[in-house]
Design a binder for this molecule. Structure first.
Ligand SMILES: [Zn+2]
Length: 284
């Protein structure tokens, strides 16, 4: 099945020898940022690109993570990830946190102002969301599944970007990566009821399917949080790539069960606006 975002050029399909990922086209306007959403393919090698330590042999996952960084021209850096728990905790990745180490930290969003510090969130249906401002330079990466969305984690991250880092809403850009689409995200009353109690606009992102079932649009729910926080609609770049419909290319928890692999959304502020050797990794 063709991926519309790739067909339209809105997102670009990148394949190296060992990593295949999609990249938002908006990056051509923002060379200060590097951002990628991995697929399940380890490039032309034909292998799988699981990036979760919980679901594979540690040495293999470590090697896959290194290959990813290398493919992005970030081989000299270390990937920052935390234990994702579908909660609302936001982890500030500053020099002190890096010195202390992030092992054991549970969070579903990461924020940094540091260049050359790649942030990563794992996903297999949940929505990876990149938020950034280039004046001042602040980057956040969010793991927004149903529960993170319920906890309004995108709103929480934007609050911190505004209050702690003096970012103005009109300078924020958002990139919503591949995730389960409303086409495939069917939920029953138990899942919907908490949203009905907490979100006055819940009917904007839940569509009734009859007999006590709804479909949920994680994209619409999170775009609503961006809009409510003043992020300009023209700054929101959404892949609209459903990980279930495109299961041949992306891991899907719902389609394959909890033992499936995990892909990753990764983003980094670059210290130089001329990306070092990224061009060498972009042959097709
Ligand atoms: Zn779908």
């Amino acid at each position: 099945m063709k991926i519309q975002a790739i067909e339209t050029g809105h997102f670009l399909w990148r394949e190296t020898d060992e990593v295949t990922y999609v990249e938002p086209a908006v990056l051509s306007d923002h060379p200060e940022l590097c951002c990628a959403f991995t697929t399940r393919h380890a490039g032309r090698s034909g292998r799988a690109l699981n990036l979760s330590f919980d679901l594979g042999v540690r040495a293999d996952v470590l090697a896959n993570r290194q290959k990813l960084l290398h493919a992005l021209g970030l081989g000299h850096t270390s990937l920052v990830t935390v234990r994702q728990v579908h909660g609302k905790h936001v982890c500030i990745v500053d020099a002190q946190a890096l010195r202390r180490g992030l092992t054991g930290v549970s969070a579903d969003a990461l924020i940094t102002t540091l260049p050359e510090v790649p942030l990563g969130v794992l996903a297999a249906d949940c929505l990876p969301i990149v938020l950034y401002s280039l004046q001042p330079r602040v980057l956040a990466l969010v793991h927004a599944g149903r529960l993170g969305t319920y906890h309004r984690i995108v709103s929480a991250v934007l609050d911190i970007m505004y209050s702690r880092f003096a970012v103005q809403s009109q300078h924020v850009f958002a990139i919503l990566g591949p995730g389960i689409g409303a086409c495939c995200y069917r939920l029953d009353e138990r899942a919907v009821a908490p949203f009905r109690d907490r979100f006055s606009d819940w009917e904007e992102f839940f569509l009734p399917q009859g007999e006590g079932y709804w479909t949920m649009s994680l994209i619409r729910a999170n775009e609503a949080q961006l809009c409510a926080a003043g992020v300009p609609a023209a700054h929101v770049h959404t892949a609209h790539i459903c990980t279930v419909c495109h299961g041949e290319h992306f891991y899907s928890h719902r389609a394959e069960g909890r033992e499936t692999g995990r892909g990753m959304g990764v983003a980094v502020l670059l210290s130089s606006v001329v990306p070092h050797d990224r061009s060498t990794s972009r042959e097709f």
